[in-house]
Design a protein around this ligand. Structure first.
Ligand code: DX5
Ligand code: ZN
Length: 218
């Protein structure tokens, strides 16, 4: 069984207090870092210089989610910046197999992300080349959106495809993950859960991480 991992998204943290807000999630598995370029998605966040410093001060490894065009050009630089895992979008990569191999050779976990409307089936050959598939459960770009129920079927198909390859590939979900949704997403086969507003919006961040973990494990 793939391990259950809880990766809070710092998109919902206080951008004026990122170090403090990273310390607050020390009981999580990774910090999920959303890099947006205002082209692939209609929002702009942080880039290499900030990610470099976050990697130096974070108590947990960084899970970097690149929502940028021209992923082939940028992804490896995030590996060099200190990420533990780098996720690029299938829709933004020209040569996803080559990119995944470069990332792994660069010493990080490689992951491919799919927008809600992107089917997994054209990417089945890529599954053996990556360490994780991210099934977006909202349209990428913003925190605090509602979970798109229709993506559950894709989580199921992705898990089945990964198991069929026999690969030890993790299935991650991102968007609208909360106490209300995490149980059925876990039962659909996801094992890595990104949660932004649910974690940072909670009165007790550590308790929320523990609650999400326990709901995903049962
Ligand atoms: C959205 C980002 C997410 C976002 C999730 O494009 O990729 O990581 O922070 O936010 P919540 O958990 O609030 O839906
Ligand atoms: Zn994300």
């Amino acid at each position: 069984m793939a391990p259950v991992l809880i990766n809070p998204s710092i998109l919902s943290a206080d951008f004026a207090n990122l170090e403090r807000d990273l310390q607050a999630i020390a009981s999580a598995d990774h910090a999920h870092v959303d890099v947006m370029d205002q082209h692939f998605v209609p929002n702009l966040t942080i880039g290499l210089p900030v990610v470099r410093r976050l990697a130096e001060v974070s108590p947990v490894p960084l899970d970097v989610h690149l929502m940028v065009e021209d992923a082939d050009r940028w992804a490896l630089q995030y590996a060099e910046a200190g990420a533990a895992s780098v996720t690029f979008h299938a829709e933004a990569a020209q040569a996803p197999v080559r990119l995944a191999r470069e990332l792994r050779a660069g010493g990080v976990r490689a992951a491919v992300a799919l927008r809600p409307a992107t089917p997994v089936e054209p990417f089945l050959d890529l599954l053996g080349e990556v360490d994780m598939v991210l099934v977006m459960t909202v349209e990428p770009g913003f925190g605090g959106q509602s979970f798109i129920e229709g993506t559950l079927a894709k989580v199921r198909r992705t898990r089945a495809a990964v198991d069929a390859v026999g690969a030890d590939t993790w299935v991650q979900v991102d968007g609208g993950v909360s106490r209300a949704t995490i149980g059925r997403i876990a039962r659909a086969g996801a094992n890595v859960f990104v949660a932004g507003s649910a974690v940072y919006g909670a009165p007790d961040v550590a308790a929320e991480i523990a609650a999400l973990r326990s709901l995903a494990e049962h």
